[in-house]
Design a protein around this ligand. Structure first.
Ligand code: ATP
Length: 379
């Protein structure tokens, strides 16, 4: 098994004994790209600062390349951690040209080597023709490329970026995010980006660490975060979706909701407080149950227990043949599809539904819906 390049073990962070994050553990292998994602004030930047060597740990350990760089009693300074840093405001030296900025971290090399290496990374970042310009003469996107070239030119083990794309306008941002990921992957760099923007995290990262409510909620790839959320917070935070209530029916081994009976199999997760159910099939219309569901156990649930069932807009299909009807309370035209907010008449709960754009209905109309998903998440 390959060794982790970065390993955080049971890390606690605090300011003046006020805890920000507790028990954070995850690891990254060489060449992996990760994002730290979470709401404002959740501790993303604090975690990056701890990785960079600007914030002392309260507990736990951070190792880079197998060497402990941070613990309660250890704080290897930033310059000795083999890191490249890119900040939200790029922090370029305004009195230096692009070339001088990129050469800045190469002071240990001869002048010739500095020029060659700077040229190489300016070429890679597509900024070679800007070499003689000053930061004030560059666009935001160009400044960002210079900041990354400066950070990676000394060939650090790890590239750390704090909201590195957030000052770019949305169109440029999507393209630059894509290009930078491409370059990072081509160079085989290991990188961590802090962001509050989930679509940026989805586009950029192999793995995403979601921090909120004082802890690491989940560390996994985007698909797992969306389809297999481990906590109620992640289910709510990632993607779009709502919870509707259901009642666990032990004798029929299903969850009864306003959209019919959902037949399920229980999947054990690390969570002890929260329960996740995975359906092998939804049979709200015909009451069927597949063989996997029959084999299931429901040890975590008691009969008639009320559970919250996560429904994503893409789980709800406009289906006029369905016995389940819903009233359109809001609609958002999105070009290729329409996003409808629907109210279920029997429970007054609201759910979302994506329908193709030609399924053009208006507020107040009622239409048929069915649930179509291969797994279902309940808490
Ligand atoms: N130097 C500091 N001294 C005291 N408290 C701090 C300090 N820096 C951050 N905090 C607090 O720590 C918590 C986490 O802050 P942090 O900046 O890490 O969050 P964040 O997720 O990066 O937020 P944002 O997305 O808004 O930048 C916040 O409650 C913040 O007020």
């Amino acid at each position: 098994m390959s060794q982790a390049l970065i390993e955080l073990s049971d890390v606690d962070l605090a300011y003046d004994n006020k805890c920000v994050l507790e028990g954070v553990s995850f690891s990254l292998e060489s060449g992996e790209v990760a994002c730290i994602l979470g709401p404002s004030g959740s501790g993303k930047t604090s975690l990056l600062r701890a990785l960079a060597g600007f914030l002392q740990l309260k507990k736990g350990e951070i190792a880079i390349n197998g060497q402990c760089v941070a613990s309660l009693h250890t704080m290897v300074p930033p310059q000795d951690r083999s890191l490249g840093l890119v900040f939200q405001d790029f922090a370029l030296f305004p009195h230096m040209t692009v070339q001088q900025n990129v050469e800045f971290g190469l002071f240990k090399l001869t002048v010739n080597e500095q020029k060659q290496k700077a040229q190489y990374y300016m070429d890679i970042m597509g900024i070679a023709e800007l070499a003689a310009k000053y930061p004030a003469e560059l666009s935001g996107g160009q400044q960002q490329r210079v900041a990354i070239a400066r950070a990676i030119a000394p060939e650090p083990d790890v590239l750390l970026m704090d909201e590195a794309f957030s000052s770019l306008d949305p169109t440029l941002r999507e393209q630059v995010t894509h290009d930078v990921r491409d370059i990072i992957k081509r160079l085989g760099l290991t990188a961590i980006l802090v962001t509050h923007d989930q679509s940026e995290a989805f586009a950029f990262a192999d793995k995403i660490a979601i921090v909120a409510e004082g802890r690491l909620q989940q560390f996994s790839n985007a698909y797992s975060l969306y389809h297999e959320p481990q906590t109620y917070f992640v289910a709510n935070f990632v993607g779009e979706g709502v919870f509707i209530q259901g009642e666990y029916n032990k004798s029929e081994a299903c969850v009864e909701t306003a959209l019919g009976k959902l037949f399920t199999k229980v999947v054990k997760t690390q969570q002890t407080m929260q329960k996740r159910i995975e359906t092998s099939m939804i049979s709200s219309q015909n009451g069927r149950m597949d063989s996997e569901a029959k084999k299931s156990t429901f040890d975590d649930f008691t009969d008639k227990q009320i559970v919250n069932v996560l429904l994503r807009p893409d789980d709800i299909i406009h289906d006029d043949e369905s016995p389940h009807k819903a009233i359109i309370v809001e609609r958002f035209f999105r070009g290729a599809f329409i996003k409808y907010k629907l109210q279920l008449p029997s429970s007054l709960e609201t759910i979302w539904c994506f329908a193709p754009s030609h399924h053009n209905h208006h507020i107040g109309e009622t239409f048929g819906i069915s649930v179509q998903l291969d797994h279902l998440i309940c808490f």
